[in-house]
Write a protein that binds this ligand. Structure first.
Ligand code: NDP
Length: 482
């Protein structure tokens, strides 16, 4: 079995410890063994990043543009091959794996172009003879901590802007998905970058991750993951006055009004709830449905849910792969039990499934008679489990929709312009979808939420500059020409 090293200070570095990376669709398939960085190796990465960042920030814009563009094009060209690897280790269906790699490539090509768009402001001073120049400079060394559910996309929407704006990166990917991370590092290793500009430090969250976020050698931390870990990271960042940006999931509502196109609503609800096996921070897990169309919606949604094909992520036609790990599966099954105890009525699904290969398979579950105060409607489950909450009016739908500690995405299915517009303006989330699923966002516009969903500046698009740069205001008194 192959061993895969970390990439630190421009070298492939072996470790004392390795973890096995196992395919959740087939537990007999071991993808490889992946190095776990030591504390000393992490320190080496941070020191190298500090030095490399100075060189990179002084490197011409066209070179920076060329490197990012080349990485992006390679990812797009290799989407089929790298997508298969991603699906093998994470469990999402092959089409989603390929799509994720292609999208990751687009983050690089988008931010390649952003390299050339680094414009600032100029102004005249209120004092005579003085001019002002306002421009953005890199923050320095950025720690990136990414999750397993979008192992390549989430990481690249952080890495690409970090590098585009002149920073160095120390990246700790999730230990459940190291192969996709290693594959990206391998692409970096073949590009002409200062040694140490990009470092891959695989290892556990509570060891390498914790040490990274506590380090005074880090200028900014970008994290995506759970709320609990995010709170701890924020506390560590505060101790060093380190800039921090975090995205921590949600409990996204999809409102279905009585005037909605029912078939479209069902397809958005089922796709949004169960795509990626429900393991999306943008998943529609609360389906808030008007009583007038409730029964018709449930009938169609139940049929669509039952029709979803669950199976090995690499099998043709599979729409739902396994969940990512045994821990996640056990957590999902515990939520199934809890939902029934809380009084929800199960329409279909929620069973562990036996397949041709041993893996973490379960059928997508649809509950009805849910109440918004129930735990399954308040806690992020990250599971293929959705719950219908019946409401009697638009006002009630909006109120239930906003009644959550989270606030990442929300959606409404309606043919009424008035309701759509009112919802768009009054839904307390970072992203609002009209007649679209709550999952599925673009790469050239800001992404992020409110409440427990996000903390710090927005990610993606040109808004990413807010986090990956710091503003300098220069005052210039040129004097009089002779
Ligand atoms: P975590 O928050 O534990 O993991 C996210 C990342 O943080 C991983 O790279 C993890 O490393 C790392 N990490 C864990 N602990 C620390 C720490 N103390 N310091 C620094 N980094 C750390 O999420 P889980 O993977 O355990 O998933 C649990 C739940 O979190 C999910 O069920 C879901 O509800 C939510 N989640 C939300 C995501 C989102 O997109 N918003 C993404 C992933 C999870 P490692 O995994 O290697 O230990």
């Amino acid at each position: 079995m192959s061993n895969f090293s970390n990439y630190i200070a421009g070298e492939w570095v072996a470790a004392d410890d390795y973890i096995k990376n196992i395919n959740p669709s087939d537990l007999s398939d071991v993808i490889g063994q992946y190095a776990q960085a030591s504390s000393a190796q992490l320190d080496t990465a941070l020191d190298a990043a500090r030095q490399a960042q100075k060189v990179w920030a002084a490197t011409g814009l066209e070179k920076r543009y060329n490197v990012l563009m080349s990485i992006g094009e390679e990812m797009k060209n290799r989407a089929a091959e790298l997508g298969e690897l991603l699906s093998r280790e994470e469990g999402k269906p092959l089409a989603e794996g390929k799509g994720e790699i292609f999208r990751a490539g687009q983050f690089f090509t988008y931010y390649a172009a952003e390299v050339l768009r680094q414009m600032g402001d100029t102004a005249d001073s209120v004092r005579d003879g003085i001019e002002i120049d306002v421009r953005r400079e890199p923050v320095g060394v950025v720690a990136i901590i990414s999750p397993w559910n979008f192992p390549t996309a989430t990481a690249t929407w952080k890495i690409a802007p970090a590098l585009a704006y002149g920073n160095a990166v120390v990246w700790k990917p999730a230990n459940l998905t190291p192969a996709s991370a290693w594959a990206l590092a391998e692409i970096f290793s073949r590009h002409d970058l200062p040694k140490g500009l990009f470092n891959l430090v695989m290892g556990g969250g509570s060891s390498v991750g914790q040490r990274l976020v506590e380090s005074a050698g880090v200028d900014a931390i970008s994290f995506t993951g759970s709320v609990d870990v995010g709170r701890g990271i924020a506390a560590s960042a505060m101790a060093n006055m380190t800039k921090v940006q975090m995205e921590m999931g949600s409990k996204n509502p999809l409102v279905v009004m009585d005037d909605a196109d029912l078939d479209l609503a069902v397809s958005c609800a089922v796709g949004g709830a169960f795509g990626g096996t429900g393991q999306k921070c943008t998943a529609s897990s609360r389906l808030i449905v008007h009583e007038k169309i409730h029964d018709a919606f449930v009938e169609k949604a139940s049929a669509a849910t039952k029709a979803m094909k669950v199976g090995h992520a690499l099998t043709d036609g599979v729409q739902l792969g396994p969940v990512v790990s045994e821990t996640q599966l056990n957590s999902n099954l515990a939520y199934m039990k809890l939902a029934k105890e809380e009084g929800c009525e199960l329409v279909c699904g929620g069973d562990r499934l036996d397949m041709a290969t041993e893996g973490y398979f379960m059928s997508p579950a649809l509950f009805i008679n849910g109440d918004n105060s129930m735990k399954i409607n308040r806690e992020e489950m990250f599971a293929p489990i959705a719950c219908v909450i019946k409401v009697g009016s638009y006002d009630e739908a909006l109120s239930v929709s906003n009644n959550t500690g989270f606030g990442l995405t929300s959606g409404i299915m309606t043919n009424s312009l008035a309701r759509a517009n009112h919802y768009r303006r009054n839904s307390r989330t970072g992203c609002v979808m009209i007649n679209l699923p709550t999952a599925g966002t673009d790469y050239h516009v800001p992404f992020g939420g409110r409440g427990d969903s996000s903390y710090g500046p927005r990610e993606q698009g040109s808004y990413a500059a807010e986090f990956y740069t710091q503003v300098k205001t220069s005052y210039i008194s040129s004097g009089s020409p002779e």
